[in-house]
Design a binder for this molecule. Structure first.
Ligand code: GLN
Length: 445
């Protein structure tokens, strides 16, 4: 109870705009039950009584679930997401629905009706996004862990900007049921935490096949034996490092990290890859198409703040024009263009084809290397307000994360190696290897 109360107090005092709504009543009641269990001498589980945060795109029955949007500002979830239910079943206690970019659209957590989230280390800078509130709450010790969502980097990038751990598991390892859909083919549920061990525990609880998400699969738990790393060869993408977009500081630090790995007897191999702008354009083409389709249900009929017009069509159009952000509208318009008759062969199918080529390249690369390392971002976090002026520049800041999303690969940010962290990636379903290598890097960096 005292831990929950302490975290609630911190969340109430916080000035970083990381909180959309607090779940005080239910959290204190749940904490009381855990206290009673302890008093009765009953055994309690690893996560029992542990306070956590939830990005405000997850259904938790009875709570405001806004996606940081005007459209769903008053929407209360009718059911609970599978991943969150598993945490509840393990006794973890949700404290807060966390601020984020609206519908996951963004890389800075400025695209929100609740005010831009401020970076945990320097409040003049952005928190990163879209899971910015979740990353800041963990970094500021307001939650023990938080559950973010990662479609193209939204867990890894804010984890890097706030110097903590953020893991996007293999696509399908955790059920997406109850996560508000952005781009269904890359949407992933994942933990943000202050240690690899916490990432591991939360990952294991949330993983597993769910009949409500046909892309989910049965997986083996990642064991506690995270020391014995079998990694012999590490790869990195040459063109990620040798280009003009990367800051000199991040480039230098990344290369120095590779040297430290080599010094431990691990082979480091430079790999060729698609240019970052191809990865970014392929990702955004598909993500916009998918989000245009997924958000079409939000028309004020079944969900959302309806604004009446002269007729039904008018009602749809006013409801959506008034209640979606500029960024969300940009994506819906772009996505509908991508999918429209006469254009879809030229644009959508071309992007799908590129995606297949990207995946095939990963399969080839992972025959030669066990792990791929990359920076998390090309530059350090911008000041609040700076990047909103230029959406294209914002999209390009996702250069190092979106490719691994298209491949469905597990990828972890650790807060070491460069000022915005290092990203560790392995082949599909090799989530355990990623965490093992992270432990190794922690020892040598
Ligand atoms: N910044 C990326 C985008 O806006 C990724 C967002 C995410 O992973 N939800 O699409």
């Amino acid at each position: 109870m005292s831990l929950v109360q302490e975290k609630l107090n911190l969340l109430k005092q916080n000035t970083h705009n990381s909180v959309n709504s607090l779940l005080e009543g239910t959290a204190l009641a749940a904490a009381k039950k855990v206290d009673a269990k302890i008093e009765n001498g009953q055994e309690i589980g690893l996560l029992e009584g542990i306070p956590f945060g939830i990005k405000d795109v997850y259904m938790l029955q009875g709570t405001y679930t806004t996606a940081s949007s005007d459209l769903l500002k008053k929407y209360k979830a009718a059911y609970t997401a599978t991943a969150i239910q598993k945490l509840l079943d393990a006794g973890a206690i949700p404290l807060v629905k966390e601020n984020c970019d609206s519908f996951g659209h963004g890389s800075s957590s400025e695209n929100t009706i609740f005010g831009a989230v401020k970076n945990a280390i320097n409040p003049d800078l952005v928190a990163g996004g879209s899971s910015g509130g979740s990353a800041v709450n963990v970094a500021k010790d307001c939650t023990i862990f938080s559950i973010g969502g990662d479609t193209g980097g939204s867990i890894r990038q804010p984890a890097g900007y706030n110097k903590i751990y953020g893991f996007k598991p293999t696509y399908g390892r955790i059920s997406r049921y109850g996560l508000m859909a952005y781009a269904s083919s890359t949407d992933c549920v994942g933990p943000i935490a202050k240690s690899i061990e916490d990432v591991r525990i939360v990952l294991n609880v949330m993983s597993g096949k769910d009949p409500r998400d046909q892309t989910s699969y049965v997986s083996e738990a990642v064991s506690t034996d995270l020391k014995a790393t079998q990694i012999k060869t590490v790869g990195y993408y040459k063109n990620f490092i040798e280009n003009n977009a990367i800051s000199t500081e991040i480039q230098t630090d990344f290369l120095a990290t590779l040297e430290k790995i080599k010094a431990k007897g691990i082979a480091v191999k430079a790999l060729d890859f698609f240019d970052a702008d191809i990865l970014v354009s392929t990702y955004y083409t598909l993500a916009m198409a998918e989000t245009a389709s997924n958000l079409s249900r939000l028309d004020g009929t079944n969900y959302g703040a309806r604004i009446e017009g002269a007729n039904l069509k008018d009602t749809y159009s006013i409801t959506r024009s008034e209640n979606f952000s500029e960024e969300t509208k940009r994506r819906v318009v772009g996505g509908n263009q991508v999918l429209s008759q006469g254009f879809s062969d030229e644009i959508y199918l071309k992007a799908q084809n590129l995606r297949n080529q990207i995946s095939a390249r990963f399969t080839e690369d992972f025959k030669d290397v066990d792990i791929v390392l990359s920076p998390v971002t090309p530059a350090s976090p911008p000041e609040i307000g700076e990047s909103l002026q230029d959406p294209l520049a914002m999209y390009l800041s996702d250069a190092y994360t979106v490719g691994f999303s298209l491949g469905g690969l597990p990828a972890l940010t650790i807060p070491k190696g460069t000022s915005t962290g290092i990203q560790i990636t392995a082949d599909k379903k090799k989530d355990a290897e990623v965490l093992q290598f992270a432990n190794f890097l922690n020892e040598i960096l």
